[in-house]
Each structure stands twice: as structure tokens, then as C-alpha cells.
Design a protein around this ligand. Structure first.
Ligand code: UDP
Length: 330
């Protein structure tokens, strides 16, 4: 039986596909290629292009191969865009997941690993953030992910669909082979933006605010390497298989870095000058987001490898040098 990776052509999904194939799993990938890249999908897996809101399409996929478990990465994930167009986010993220769950139910598939986000916490009261922290999202993106989390609890109770909810902090880096990496359009994330400035693809980094209550005034985030994150998905799947239970895990490195610290580390890694300028705060940015991933370490046996910020930036830099224009598949 196969593992169905929904959104497997995207940044995190494609790294999870690699990890699954490395473990000799049979993998089926679905992606609508709106933000994903066909070149990120290895030839060893079966690929279906289509949208999860299309239930007939989903049924065809589930009929084609017996599916044992689903990893669900397909979502829109830009906070700013979600503020401007919340309906897009509720439609793709919430309604799309509803269609997926209906199909899982009708085909008797009862295991789901779900990509959630630290955005469900909003501005947290406690740092580091544990899974017990109160959830109060401050933007539609986080709100849609929390709505799905709640839906999953009811689906477990009613239909016995078990889930692993993984709440990601700031995902960064690229596969050590340099073959797959981060290619977003538009790019809004700090590390790829800094590296684009390092290689002349953009003039400078705009630092969104230097008047936060942090030691250097810039925001602090917890950066997790995409391969470590993909590993956590494999461990979560194994736990679902063994124990048939549902859990929520935070996934971050546990150490926070400010925007200025990331900029300095990027200068060291790239050995280039990187211009930066202070700009106004970006609406909705909390000052500090830092995870406690203790639960994932203890219960999943998760052991992140790329814990230094330099190693995370190095892998992203390698990808950018090998693919300066990204996948170029559009
Ligand atoms: N950031 C910045 N300039 C940029 C992009 C991001 O100063 O061009 C800051 C942003 O305000 C936040 C941190 O970098 O404090 C990480 O932002 P990113 O968009 O990568 O992730 P987020 O934390 O929003 O999920």
C-alpha cells in the first residue's frame, strides 16, 4: 500500500517524498502545481496533477492505488495574502481538506499526517512555546489551520481517522544534494531573501522593524531545517502505524535567531556583503516565536541534525547557487 503525499511538489512536501522513497515506501503524489514544481517530484513516485477540492479527481487517485496513509501539505501559506483574501484561504485550506477527509473516509483510510503552523498560537504568552500554549491565531492563514485541527478531532471521534498534527516554526534550508530546495513566487521568507541579496538577485534586505522588545530590536524566529522537518513526518507516520493514536507536535530548533543574527550568519556563510535597510514593521509579526520541541523529541524520538543556523543557511546557499533561477518549470 502507498503513502499519498498531498502537495508533494511543494517545498516541504517534496522533501518528505524524498525521505519516504529513501525508506523504500511506495509513494503517490498529488499536486495542483499552483505553487508546487513538477521538477521537484522524483520519477520513482506516481504523480497526479489535480486539485484536492475536486472530489472526483481524489476518488480516481484513491481508486488507482490502495492508500494506507496520507501526508497533507497542500495549502496556501502566505500570512499577508491571507489577510487580503481570506476566502481563498478558507476555500483551499479548509474546504480542500474537507474534500480530502471525505475521500479518506469513503475509502477507509484512517491515518493522516497534517502540516500545521506556529501561526495557530498568534502572539504567545509563554516562550518557548509548548503544545499546551493557548491557540489564538491573528491572521486567516493560522485560523484556517486551526479550523482544520479542530475538524480532525471530530473526524477522529466520529470516523476513527487518526492524525499527527505537526505545527511548523520557520522552515528553511534545502536537501543536502542541492537537487531540491525552496522556490516560491513571490518569495517572502527571510533566508531566501537574504541569499538573493547576497547573489545580486535583489538590491538589499528590508529589515521589518528594529524596535521590537528583543535584544537587538529585530524579530526572533525559530528556524528548522526542511530535512529535519521531513524526518519528523516519517517518525509521525511510524507512530500512527504502531499506536493508532492522535497527537500534536511543535517542530522547531528550540533556539531563536533575530533578523540581524540571520543576516550576520548569511554574510559569514556566503562571504559576501549583503546590503540591508530598516523598514517599517510588517503587520501581524510577533516579536518572538520560539518552539519547545521537547514533546516531539521524547515521544517521536526526533533528533534534528541541522541545528546550527550556519548549516541551515549553507544548504539554502548551495541550492541557490545550483539553481539561481529556481526550477524554471513555469
Ligand atoms: N523579515 C524581514 N525582511 C524580509 C522578510 C522577513 O525582516 O524581507 C522578517 C520578518 O519580519 C520576520 C522574520 O524575518 O520577523 C521571518 O519572516 P519570514 O517571512 O521568513 O517568516 P514568518 O516568521 O513570517 O513565518
Amino acid at each position: 500500500m502507498a503513502v499519498l503525499v498531498v502537495g508533494g511538489a511543494g517545498y516541504v512536501g517534496s522533501h518528505a517524498v524524498r525521505q519516504l522513497l529513501d525508506r523504500n515506501e511506495e509513494v503517490v503524489v498529488i499536486d495542483n502545481l499552483e505553487t508546487g514544481h513538477i521538477k521537484a517530484v522524483p520519477g520513482e513516485c506516481t504523480f497526479f496533477q489535480g486539485d484536492i477540492r475536486d472530489t472526483l479527481f481524489l476518488e480516481k487517485v484513491f481508486e488507482s492505488t490502495p492508500i494506507e496513509a496520507v501526508m497533507h501539505f497542500a495549502a496556501n501559506s502566505l500570512v499577508g495574502e491571507s489577510m487580503k483574501d481570506p476566502l481563498k484561504y478558507y476555500d483551499n485550506n479548509v474546504f480542500g481538506t474537507l474534500c480530502l477527509l471525505k475521500t479518506m473516509k469513503s475509502f477507509g483510510v484512517d491515518k493522516l499526517v497534517f502540516s500545521s503552523t506556529a501561526a495557530v498560537y498568534g502572539e504567545p504568552e509563554n516562550i518557548p512555546i509548548a503544545e499546551t500554549e493557548i491557540t489564538k491565531p491573528e491572521n486567516p492563514y493560522g485560523e484556517t489551520k486551526l479550523a482544520i485541527e479542530k475538524l480532525l478531532r471530530w473526524c477522529e471521534q466520529a470516523y476513527g481517522i487518526h492524525f499527527m498534527i505537526l505545527r511548523y516554526f520557520n522552515v528553511a534550508g534545502a536537501h543536502p544534494s542541492g537537487e531540491i530546495g525552496e522556490d516560491h513566487f513571490p518569495e517572502t521568507h527571510l533566508i531566501p531573501i537574504i541569499l538573493e541579496a547576497a547573489c545580486g538577485k535583489r538590491d538589499k534586505l528590508l529589515i521589518y522593524g528594529d524596535d521590537y522588545h528583543t535584544p537587538d530590536g529585530t524579530c526572533i524566529r525559530d528556524y528548522i531545517h526542511v530535512v529535519d522537518l521531513a524526518d519528523a513526518h516519517i517518525l509521525a507516520l511510524e507512530k500512527l502505524r504502531k499506536e493508532n493514536i492522535s497527537r500534536i507536535y511543535n517542530l522547531g530548533n528550540g533556539s531563536g535567531f533575530s533578523v540581524r543574527e540571520i543576516l550576520d550568519a548569511a554574510k559569514e556563510v556566503t562571504k559576501r556583503e549583503i546590503a540591508a535597510e530598516i523598514a517599517p514593521r510588517r503587520p501581524g509579526d510577533p516579536a518572538i516565536l520560539q518552539a519547545s520541541s521537547l514533546k516531539a523529541k521524547v515521544e517521536l524520538g526526533w533528533c534534528p541534525v541541522y541545528t546550527s543556523i550556519h548549516s541551515i543557511i549553507e544548504s539554502a546557499w548551495k541550492w541557490l547557487q545550483l539553481f539561481p533561477e529556481g526550477y524554471q518549470d513555469r
